[in-house]
Design a protein around this ligand. Structure first.
Ligand code: G3I
Length: 349
């Protein structure tokens, strides 16, 4: 249970780093992250590359075996579901939702309103503010409606703040003003009243200007009756930057606001090549966020942004960096994998 972790949190770091595979012979189920998470009160998830899911059998088996929630890494984004105006393509996302259902997994939907990965017809045409508002409304109603009853939680609004806590200058803010965020939540709730609706961002794991802005926004939205259920922290860390040391404090203040929290996209990159120190630090980065989740009352899930370096987004976006996930390109567990599993096992005892 979660309380078993209280007080042990910081001692755990040393245990998880040194441990490797847990000592003794746990029941087979506990050999997986999914099994180890049982009884902890949190779900353990991964982003899924749906091309890999279709083509790579060991990858597919690992998604089913290791995780109890899945997030589509790309295939629910606007650019992919409506490549031409009015022409919808739900096929890849439907396949993932079906896969999740067959494997008893919940789905985190990602993402409804964002400044990135929008279709070019939307960003290149000169729509009026009124037209853009209607397009966003129709998009959210269509997408959330399509998956109604099959999505556990939606990342409704993604990355709406800058690191300094000011609203990000986007197509949506420029045309619609800050009210687009509340509107997006209202429309999502209208389309699927049972889905949990989240804000989601990066660099908001610790207490800082950005998480302060989310705290104020969520307080304001909830007092206005806007259906915001959760605060998502992506958790894209890098060993070279160190890790935020106020994560527990941060998740607990959102607990106190009465919203759920979740770590939604965790990975811990490094400047290549890996060495012993970086690999150890990486394990510590993964478990720092997991411990914070386990120490919060309403932290509902911990999701890694891919579990194998074979398909990680990191090398394509950060020159010279990589090795950001808990297993290597051959799906072999790194110390980070064992750190996650052992932290879960300790938390439930
Ligand atoms: O599908 C096309 C393919 O047809 C084309 O040939 C190829 C050429 O580059 O591009 C493919 O699209 C790529 C897409 O991933 C699917 O692989 C895009 O170029 C590439 O930009 C895109 O990157 C994704 C990125 O979001 C876009 O911003 C990453 O896979 C995905 O991991 C990443 O995820 C984001 C979260 O949604 C939000 N938080 C940050 C996180 C990491 O950036």
């Amino acid at each position: 249970m979660r309380t078993a972790l209280t007080g042990l949190a910081f001692a755990l770091a040393a245990v998880t780093l040194a441990a490797g595979p847990a000592a003794g012979t746990p029941p087979p189920d506990d050999d997986t992250l999914r099994g180890a998470a049982r009884g902890t009160g949190i779900r353990i998830g991964t982003a899924v590359d749906t091309d890999a899911l279709a083509a790579d059998v060991p990858y597919r088996e690992a998604v089913a075996r290791e995780f109890d929630t899945v997030t589509p890494e790309n295939v629910m984004k606007w650019q992919l579901v409506e490549p031409q105006q009015g022409v919808f393509d739900w096929a890849a996302a439907d396949r993932l939702v079906d896969f999740a259902r067959a494997n008893g997994q919940a789905v985190r939907g990602h993402t409804l309103v964002w400044h990135s990965q929008n279709p070019s017809w939307l960003t290149e045409d000169a729509f009026t503010p009124a037209e853009l508002r209607e397009l966003l409304r129709q998009h959210i109603l269509a997408e959330v409606g399509h998956f109604k009853g099959r999505i556990w939680a939606w990342d409704v609004a993604n990355e709406v703040f800058n690191d300094d806590g000011t609203l990000r200058d986007t197509l949506w803010l420029r045309a619609l003003g800050p009210g687009y965020i509340a509107d997006a939540f209202r429309w999502a709730h209208q389309a699927d009243p049972k889905a949990a609706l989240f804000l989601n961002d990066y660099n908001n794991e610790g207490v800082n200007a950005k998480s302060d802005a989310y705290y104020a926004l969520i307080k304001q939205l909830r007092s206005a009756g806007v259906p915001v259920d959760g605060y998502g922290m992506q958790g894209h860390l890098g060993v070279q930057y160190g890790f935020p040391d106020t994560v527990v404090e941060n998740v607990r203040r959102f607990d106190a606001l009465g919203v759920q929290t979740a770590f939604t996209e965790v990975d811990v990159r490094m400047v290549l090549p890996p060495d012993v120190a970086k690999v150890r630090a990486q394990a510590e980065g993964f478990s720092t966020l997991l411990r914070a989740c386990l120490l919060a009352k309403h932290c509902v899930s911990y999701t890694v942004w891919g579990f194998t370096d074979r398909y990680s987004w990191v090398p394509g976006f950060f020159d010279g960096q990589g090795s950001a996930t808990p297993t290597d390109e051959n799906l072999q567990p790194k110390p980070a994998y064992y750190a996650l599993r052992d932290t879960l096992l300790i938390a439930r005892r």
